[in-house]
Design a protein around this ligand. Structure first.
Ligand SMILES: *Cc1c(COP(=O)(O)O)cnc(C)c1O
Length: 386
């Protein structure tokens, strides 16, 4: 097998032939595409010819992004959306009907949980949450279910699951499996090769990589992607804009180097935190003895839990390089304190439902440099213990 970084680097570096021999694909900023004859229009409308008609469902810049993600994930096809939530809602709503049951791993992305507990519930679809590390529990829950929603590693708790084993369980039960691969990216995890049916991303994170786009994408077999494009994209309408697709193509160029650099920096900082006397626990898959089979490396988002007596508020207010902010996957380092999420009054509250520790801090390690970032964290922890 070729080295996955070499393979990905080749995919993101070059494009096919472009107008005027440009080295970068153009932003095709148009809403519609015209036809030069009645017959050309008829053939397209009758499904005999394939070409863009209207940018809600097909646009060349968006298609270039979709093709690149499909290649990276080893998929036959991909369909892009206006956000990661657009991809998640399409993947789920496109496959369930009233009376169905969905099984999801616990501690999934907060707004996915809220979607399941509000919108899906309103349409009569029930969701049961399982411990993704307990294959027996997963097997029992999957009996009679329609869809298995996986995230690995999970949000906040950063639990790395055995995706191959989970996919095999779903297949044995005749349940469609979907995974959110935003954390690992196709560089560190190739879920389709591990047997998962559909892989999706918040492209707002590592795929974009520069904190300037909100986008999503789903990849998989052509027979599964076509109805999502035809129904979910066309009728729910959460389409990706050509300019955002162009920014994503630009961001993807450096995905392999960013993942390597940020992953290494984060692992070093996680090790330093794990050895710090103020720290109770670091949730980073790279700190265990081994990664689950199928996870080839570790990204730069992890969670640290502090001992009692460490003021998270003082810690946050003492940070000078890390900024306080949601999202992740960009060039900048970010922190989110768990106490704010746990005490959020709105329901449903995933942080409470999944038992997130109020003494936890989620960190995203960017590209500022390990020494700079560690000095910032160490000083802030000192200030928080004083
Ligand atoms: C951010 C995120 C999403 C949602 O993506 P948006 O682009 O913000 O809609 C989904 N899954 C995970 C794991 C995320 O971190």
């Amino acid at each position: 097998m070729t080295d996955p970084f070499e393979r990905a680097a080749r995919i993101v570096a070059h494009d096919g032939p472009q107008p005027w021999d440009a080295v970068v694909p153009p932003v095709v900023q148009t809403s519609l595409f015209t036809f030069d004859s009645h017959e050309a229009m008829r053939a397209t409308f009758h499904g005999e010819a394939l070409r863009p008609v209207y940018s809600r469902t097909a646009n060349p810049t968006v298609q270039a992004f979709e093709a690149k993600v499909a290649a990276l994930e080893g998929a036959e096809a991909a369909v892009a959306f206006a956000s990661g939530m657009g991809a998640i809602s399409a993947a789920v709503l496109g496959h369930v009907r009233t009376g169905d049951r969905v099984v999801a791993v616990r501690s999934l992305y907060p707004d996915a949980y809220r979607l399941f507990e509000t919108t899906l519930a309103r349409f009569g679809v029930a969701v049961s949450y399982v411990d993704g590390t307990d294959l027996a529990e997963v097997g029992r829950a999957l009996a009679g279910a329609r869809l298995f929603y996986i995230e690995s590693p999970t949000s906040w708790t950063i639990e790395a699951l055995d995706v191959r084993a989970l996919a095999a369980q779903a297949r044995a039960a005749g349940v469609l499996s979907v995974i959110d691969n935003s954390w690992a990216t196709p560089l560190f995890q190739q879920p389709l090769a591990l047997g998962v049916d559909l892989v999706l991303h918040s492209a707002s994170k590592y795929l974009g990589g520069h904190s300037d786009v909100v986008a999503g994408v789903i990849a998989g077999r052509a027979e599964l992607i076509a109805p999502l494009r035809g129904e979910m994209l066309a009728y729910l309408g959460a389409r990706l804009s050509p300019f955002d697709a162009w920014l994503l193509l630009r961001g993807l160029r450096t995905l392999p180097v960013r993942m390597r650099a940020q992953g290494a920096s984060a692992l070093e900082i996680a090790r330093l935190l794990a050895a710090h006397p103020a720290v109770a626990r670091v949730r980073h898959p790279g700190l265990g003895n081994s990664l689950p089979p199928g996870l080839l490396g570790t990204a730069s988002l992890f969670t640290v839990e502090f001992r009692e007596g460490v003021s998270l508020a003082r810690l946050c207010d003492s940070l000078r390089v890390f900024r306080l902010g949601v999202s992740w996957g960009g060039h900048e380092s970010l922190a989110v304190p768990g106490d704010i999420l746990v005490s959020q009054p709105q329901e449903p509250n995933p942080a409470r439902a999944f038992g997130i520790s109020p003494r936890s801090l989620r960190l995203h390690v960017g590209l500022e440099g390990t020494a700079t970032l560690w000095a910032d964290l160490a000083a802030a922890i000192d200030a928080a213990c004083g």
